[in-house]
Design a protein around this ligand. Structure first.
Ligand code: FES
Ligand SMILES: [Fe+2]
Length: 324
């Protein structure tokens, strides 16, 4: 096997910054009451925590006073306030407003933490990001699971760090031939329809069940922008939900995080068999994809041919989320 290093991203993809959208920044279970969770995403650092009412919140990690990282040293969340480790200024955890300075009256004007719009969905904490700031332009896709949690079980969670150009990861879902020629699958699913939605896009497929390991009859794929993707698979005797999220750590790498939920079949044994079949196939395909995607260049003008799938249609959609 050849040993290659990925070229730096600036030599592999146009510099367009990170797309606007909703990004997974933590798992809900990691965000405990009265604690600050420091995270590093999008060439930046944030703190994730819960306000007194339990709502997850995301704020910039750096104190507006003199820039200390709020989760460094003994920085903490106490009695509903975030206390900076440096000069012990206190900020209200619900809205980030400056609430107390131990050695001075509050200064006039608005002082506070930079807060980011936050949502909790299917066990994940999502943060809105736009290079120019501002309020969310759309809401994340509401999955069947988020609408009704009854009867779903979480089978497993997987995570990869990849050096693939980020937009090319989703482009891969529209690349039919690679499913046969890279993954050696018996056949690629047949695209039925692509429709725009308030959160982004829904893609419906037909699948010949004899061509899949798990007897899938059809699936649909809901994109929230180009940073979240929910795939709902239907089979003769099951429904599963794969939720994939794509969050850049920096310009070179992003995290692909995938969680598989299964509609409870009523039998732990059958759930296990369904979960294992999906996870095995999914892991196999992602790992094969990354062996190629981690090193690829984003070609602005790919030399496509008949049968390559709706790559240009996807690119037109993806371009909407890159902001100048
Ligand atoms: S830097 Fe945070 S209180 Fe001074
Ligand atoms: Fe693939």
């Amino acid at each position: 096997m050849s040993r290659i290093e990925p070229l730096p991203m600036r030599l592999r993809a146009p510099a367009q910054g990170f797309p606007k959208g909703w990004y997974r920044v933590a798992d809900a279970g990691e965000v405990l009451p009265d604690a600050l969770l420091p995270v590093s995403w999008l060439n930046d650092q944030f703190i994730v925590f819960r306000a007194a009412d339990g709502q997850a919140q995301v704020a910039d990690a750096f104190c507006p006073h003199m820039g200390a990282h709020l989760a460094s040293h003994d920085g903490c969340l106490r009695n509903g306030r975030i206390v900076c480790p440096f000069h012990k200024w206190e900020f209200d955890a619900a809205g980030g407003t400056l609430a107390h300075i131990p050695y001075s009256a509050l200064p006039p004007g608005e002082v506070g933490l930079k807060m980011h719009a936050t949502r909790e969905l299917d066990g994940m904490v999502l943060m809105w990001y736009h290079p120019h700031g501002g309020t969310p332009e759309f809401e994340p896709f509401e999955t069947p699971l988020s609408r009704n949690q009854d009867g779903w079980v979480l089978y497993g969670v997987k995570e990869w760090i990849t050096t693939c150009p980020m937009r090319d990861m989703l482009e891969n879902l529209f690349d039919g031939p690679h499913i046969v020629y890279l993954h050696n699958s018996g056949g690629a699913p047949v695209l039925k329809s692509i429709a725009r939605t308030p959160y982004g896009m829904r893609v419906d497929y037909d699948q010949d069940p004899s061509q899949t390991d798990a007897g899938v009859t059809g699936f649909r794929s809901d994109f929230t922008g180009i940073t979240l993707n929910a795939q709902i698979f239907e089979g003769t005797a099951f429904t599963t939900q794969f939720y994939n999220t794509f969050t850049p750590i920096d310009d070179e790498r992003f995290v692909l995080h995938s969680r598989l939920h299964i509609k409870d079949s009523g039998s732990a044994e059958i759930n296990e068999a369904i979960g294992k079949a999906f996870t095995d196939r999914f892991m196999f395909e992602v790992e094969q994809d990354l062996k190629v995607l981690d090193y690829k260049r984003h070609l602005v003008k790919p030399r496509l041919c008949a049968g390559d799938g709706p790559i240009h249609q996807y690119r037109k959609y993806a371009a909407e989320f890159f902001v100048d």
